[in-house]
Design a protein. Structure first.
Length: 185
């Protein structure tokens, strides 16, 4: 399982749940501190710093036969790199595209989309609201994991109230947070 935005609130939980279900997990994040956190504290099998470039080469070095599942939180170049690493029958869950949210021009489509055809892979949008009927099950499972310590949830808390809102929001787009970003009011 390959997870982008792996040091964020969603990606860190996705990777930990995949590990709990017996998967080998590779996280993609920005910077050595975040990649270390993924492997040393969260138990990911490997982590790649996308800022070092050539994400697809790094994934191939770790998973030479390709990835079965890619959970995408960022879109853009990282998604395109992930498309180059798919295994036959792979599945991609599109959850976010934070790399494109502030783009001033339309983002180009992925150049390596034909990998979906060649590998008989599928790419599907994943929106949590589609699973509303399973919220009680998820809440019970995640709560139990948080209580017993098998799920780690980290928060970056910014103090400064409403006046800090703009700068805090921008942290989401420049990688200034690890885990959930919270503005204390």
């Amino acid at each position: 399982v390959l997870v982008s935005g792996a040091a964020g609130a969603v990606g860190s939980v996705v990777g930990q749940l995949a590990k709990a279900h017996g998967c080998r997990v590779i996280g993609v994040a920005g910077g050595p501190e975040k990649t270390r956190w993924l492997t040393e504290e969260l138990g990911f099998d490997a982590a790649i710093d996308y800022r070092e470039g050539a994400v697809h080469r790094a994934v191939r070095a770790i998973a030479p036969e390709g990835v079965d599942v890619y959970f995408d939180n960022v879109g853009g170049e990282v998604l395109d790199s992930a498309l180059r690493t798919l295994r036959r029958g792979a599945r991609i869950a599109l959850c976010g595209a934070i790399s494109t949210y502030n783009a001033t021009e339309p983002a180009p489509g992925p150049a390596h989309y034909m990998s979906l055809l060649v590998n008989r892979a599928s790419m599907t949008g994943f929106v949590v609201f589609d699973y509303e009927d399973r919220y009680p099950e998820a809440i019970a499972d995640l709560s139990a994991r948080l209580r017993d310590g098998s799920l780690v949830a980290r928060e970056t808390v910014v103090r400064g109230g409403v006046d800090a809102f703009g700068d805090t929001l921008l942290m989401l787009f420049d990688g200034g947070n690890t885990g959930k970003l919270v503005l204390e009011l």
